[in-house]
Design a protein around this ligand. Structure first.
Ligand code: 3SK
Length: 504
């Protein structure tokens, strides 16, 4: 339903300004805030730098690197407004990983936060790209010095709705990065699906949260969604569960986007802060254990909005809010999307049968030069790699990643179910459950557990946890082996890397 010529950043600004948001705070950072008019001016000056002094052309690819702050947001928006393609990268990536992304995306230029300069300079880039590298946030010079010499207004490049504007990389849980390409119309579509139908975002909302802008969960939730309704985005760096609670209190945030791990750690601390402003808490990035949903509800009175999204589909496509929430279920397809469960041969299965989740909608997977495209899209359906079950009312229940199903002595055991049981034990802070090859049973359930401070790993603790799980779920699912770790291996976006647990 979008016009054939569309520049999504121009459309977002036009919509917000037409709705009367000119003087409204668009982005608040730790040290500054910009109204919509001021943000647009910053974006326009950067766009001039890209097309002027930097000499970029429409369709050129710009690697972006920075933490969540107003300048990083303005750079991303400017790249799109200038008709170029943003390739955002996570701040914690190392030179080798950045080099892989830069080469795969065939980047033409780099905009990088000065604080992340050392690692960026260690990347082996072609000389032509090094010449087109600008640093922002430096005490003097850099991008800001060039911006000061540019006009304050830039006419958005006339892009097609089907022009690529974003290449978002996902290392997923396997560790091999894939670039996913998204069009200008995809950006508008994610703003018009989940935030409208499920979240119910409003112009007065103040969005806050942890996912990096380089992760599409953060890009949508902490920049694009607020812009679509003329609301405010609070962009803060290096948040911990405690500082996120402090920030919700300080900025009177109304909508929070973060992952289950954060909610789990915030719940016991929530009583220390006045977070009564919060009306919506969105959880995505990994499966939400029922125990976490319950502890957050007890601590705050809020019913968490769970959602499943994917970098391949840009944002959340199954979710539920308010009285639509069914505990244990992720929800129903977000209006605009369809979902079904397929068996191994690609045939739909009925309610109550676990199979492969398949999704269709206004966004979809387009890998950049990657043969894994063949596995992801089948007859127009995106196969997300998740094992799900649907009930007779059309609710979708997460069971595991398709390669995480543990088959032990003929029983199908979903790792996340065992994780949920373990997380209910007061000594367990974090855990990851995998199948370990076993001669007798084919596989056994193996748990990797991080204990809370004050608890010690021991045989007695193992026996206690095993008995505890047997009391929570069918006894055959209990972890026959338990290993203790100080931290779980996670991706930059917080997803558990089970493949690393398997190789330990
Ligand atoms: O990958 C995910 O888990 C995700 C979740 C929500 C929105 C977007 C993404 C990529």
């Amino acid at each position: 339903q979008y016009p054939p010529r569309l520049n999504c950043v121009a459309a977002l600004f036009d919509g917000a300004l037409a709705g009367g948001a000119a003087g409204q705070v668009a982005i608040r950072g730790e040290h500054l805030s910009w109204t919509y008019t001021q943000l647009q001016e910053q974006v326009d000056r950067i766009a001039h730098v890209l097309r002027g002094p930097l000499g970029l052309e429409a369709g050129n690819r710009v690697l972006l690197r920075g933490a969540n702050n107003p300048m990083m947001a303005a750079c991303i928006l400017a790249v799109l407004k200038a008709g170029c393609i943003a390739v955002p990268t996570m701040p914690l990536l190392r030179a080798r990983e950045l080099g892989t992304i830069a080469a795969k995306a065939e980047i033409n230029a780099v905009l990088c936060a000065d604080g992340l300069r050392a690692e960026m300079e260690a990347v082996d880039l072609p000389a032509a790209v090094k010449e087109k590298t600008l640093w922002f946030g430096a005490a003097d010079g850099g991008l800001e010095a060039l911006m000061a010499r540019q006009p304050a207004s830039f006419d958005a490049v006339d892009t097609a709705a089907d022009d690529v504007c974003l290449i978002s990389f996902t290392s997923g849980t396997t560790g091999v990065p894939k670039g996913t390409m998204h069009f200008h119309r995809d950006v508008m579509a994610i703003c018009d699906c989940f935030p409208r139908s499920v979240l119910g975002s409003q112009p007065g909302d103040i969005f806050i949260g942890t996912p990096p802008l380089a992760f599409t969960f953060g890009l949508g939730g902490l920049l694009l969604f607020p812009m679509r309704v003329g609301a405010t985005a609070v962009l803060l760096e290096k948040l911990t569960p405690e500082t996120l609670l402090q920030a919700i209190e300080k900025y009177r945030a109304t909508v929070c986007f973060t992952a289950p791990t954060f909610y789990r750690q915030m719940a016991p601390l929530a009583g220390k802060y006045d977070i009564a402003s919060l009306r919506k808490s969105v959880s995505a990035g990994e499966a939400l254990p029922l125990a976490t949903r319950e502890s957050w509800r007890q601590a705050t009175g809020l019913a968490m909005i769970d959602g499943i999204g994917a970098t391949e589909l840009l944002h959340i496509f199954i979710s539920a809010s308010g009285d639509q929430i069914r505990p244990g279920a992720t929800g129903k397809p977000v209006p605009g999307y369809q979902a079904c469960i397929l068996d191994h041969d690609g045939n739909p299965v009925g309610p109550g049968v676990i199979g492969r989740l398949a999704v269709k909608g206004p966004t979809g997977c387009r890998y950049l030069a990657d043969e894994r495209q063949r596995d992801y899209v089948l007859n127009g359906w995106n196969l997300t790699g998740d094992a799900y079950e649907m009930d007779a009312d059309g609710y979708f229940y997460y069971r595991s990643r398709t390669d995480d199903m543990i088959i032990s002595a003929g029983y199908n055991i979903a790792g996340p179910e065992v994780e949920d049981a373990l997380l209910r034990h007061p000594a367990v802070a974090e855990c990851g459950v995998i199948g370990r090859a076993d001669e007798e049973r084919g596989q056994i359930v193996e748990a990797h557990v991080v204990l809370k401070p004050g608890h010690e790993a021991s045989d007695a603790m193992t026996a206690q946890l095993q008995e505890f799980v047997k009391g929570q779920i069918a006894p055959y699912k209990y972890p026959r082996a338990i290993r203790y770790l100080t931290a779980l291996p996670r991706t930059e976006t917080g997803k558990l890397q089970r493949f690393k647990l398997r190789t330990e």
